[in-house]
Design a protein around this ligand. Structure first.
Ligand code: IFM
Length: 439
């Protein structure tokens, strides 16, 4: 069912791989501050060196090419390309220009995300995403990137996973900036989505490349058929999925959120929803797991660890059918659903190099089953145009530091040695066979 032009790629994000945090004029982001705060990240890990990609990017892009991938998804570090006064930083921009030029020379497509969670700390000091003005600063940043990088980028993504920025960053404090109030998450989400809407228009005015947003989505299962658990699952689904997709694709927030968080309203102004639902050229979907929930006995829900199911190193349930069902469900729910790219899918495992080899059979099986689920969704009529492995490299897994390994390529952080895992070799063989079959 794969279209001949179906795109296979691998994804990364700036703070997770680059390192070089104080080089060439880069100033701190909220993740520099957060990870330097004791107790926030497992083992006190930070992104100071990460995969040293800032210096090893050529080697890393060679791997993208040698695996036979057609695309590379990366994010730009806002703090690297724009100084604290909002002026361009040519040295930071040059890094991305060199990288994008190399991708172009090699015939690889580039999917460039503007915001993968690393807000400049100077903007956080002025309120961050709780300040409506940050949406405007984001649009300025979008304009800078469009002017500087246009012609080099195959597709733009405004935000990666605004749910994580809003909820994990502002409601449960697991992510930067580490705030813990649901009201903050609701406000931050609104300003993130507003920034997305304005930036989409800016990018489209200044460049021809398609523009989209990336949302993480979860399959959600009630723990029982009891009415209160069914209601809990409805709210959990709204929080995990519709909180982003409804405003962007329907122009309204889901009603279920009012039930989940009574009395908490987004700081809506007149034209906001028109901006937020600016048509998209594509939608990026990141999928990892299924959540099982039950009623908390009040008006909320609780996650329940379903016993006896297959899980990854993150503790996430492996449930490929969920990806198929979500895609089919989105097609039914959203009349304006644009073409879809699976912009992230993959799993963490405790991978080790033994005699020069990394046996990650579990990942090979995980990826194969999720690709089959994408295939089934396409057979059901969903227009999926591509799939990106998360991730190209093991990297800084946010609050879990370097312990959780998602890469197709193993990174030894002491030596920065890269080793292709068995999954990378399987991807390479799969893509080679695909190319041969197409001849
Ligand atoms: O590592 C993250 C990535 O930054 C965003 N999506 C989920 C991945 C795995 O947790």
């Amino acid at each position: 069912m794969w279209r001949p032009d179906f795109l296979f790629g691998a994804a990364t994000a700036a703070y997770q791989i680059e390192g070089g945090v104080a080089e060439d004029g880069r100033h701190p982001s909220i993740w520099d501050t957060f990870s330097a705060t004791p107790g926030k990240v497992l083992n006190g890990d930070t992104g100071v060196v990460a995969c040293d990609h800032y210096h090893r990017w050529e080697e890393d892009l060679r791997h993208v090419e040698q695996l036979g991938l057609g695309a590379y998804r990366l994010s730009v570090s806002w703090s690297r390309v724009m100084d604290e006064a909002g002026a361009p930083n040519p040295r930071g921009l040059d890094f991305y220009k060199r990288l994008l030029d190399r991708l172009q020379e090699r015939g690889l497509q580039s999917f460039v995300t503007l915001y993968h969670w690393d807000l400049p700390q100077c903007l956080q000091d002025r309120g961050g995403w709780l300040n409506r003005d940050t949406a405007g600063r984001f649009a300025d940043y979008a304009a800078l990137l469009a002017r500087e990088l246009r012609g080099r980028v195959s597709a733009w993504t405004t935000l990666n996973e605004p749910w994580c920025s809003a909820y994990l960053g502002h409601a449960n404090g697991q992510h930067a900036p580490g705030l813990k109030r649901v009201r903050y998450a609701v406000e931050a989400m609104h300003h993130l989505l507003l920034g997305h809407g304005i930036a989409t228009r800016v990018l489209r005015d200044l460049d021809k490349a398609p523009v989209g947003i990336v949302s993480n989505v979860n399959a959600v299962q009630p723990d029982s058929e009891r009415p209160e658990d069914l209601q809990a699952a409805r709210m959990a689904f709204a929080c995990a999925n519709s909180w982003v997709l409804d405003p962007v694709l329907l122009g309204r927030y889901p009603e279920a959120l009012r039930e989940l968080w009574p009395g908490i309203e987004p700081p809506l102004r007149d034209r906001d929803m028109d901006l937020i639902r600016t048509p998209l050229d594509y939608l990026g979907i990141n999928y990892y797991f299924r959540a099982t929930v039950r009623s908390d006995g009040a008006h909320g829900y609780l996650d329940r660890m379903r016993p006896g199911v297959e899980r990854t190193q993150m503790g996430w349930e492996v449930y490929p059918e969920g990806l198929r069902d979500l895609l089919l469900g989105f097609k039914a729910r959203y009349p304006r659903l644009p073409p879809i790219y699976i912009t992230e899918n993959g799993m963490a495992s405790d991978d080790r190099v033994l005699d020069g080899r990394v046996d990650d059979a579990h990942r090979i099986s995980y990826l194969g089953r999720h690709l089959a689920a994408v295939d089934e969704a396409m057979r059901g009529g969903v227009d999926v145009r591509g799939y990106f492995f998360w991730s190209l490299l093991d990297n800084f897994e946010w609050a879990y530091g370097y312990e959780r390994r998602f890469g197709l390529i193993h990174v030894d952080y002491a030596t920065q040695q890269r080793t292709l895992k068995d999954s990378a070799l399987a991807v390479r063989d799969f893509l080679r066979r695909r190319r041969e079959a197409a001849r």
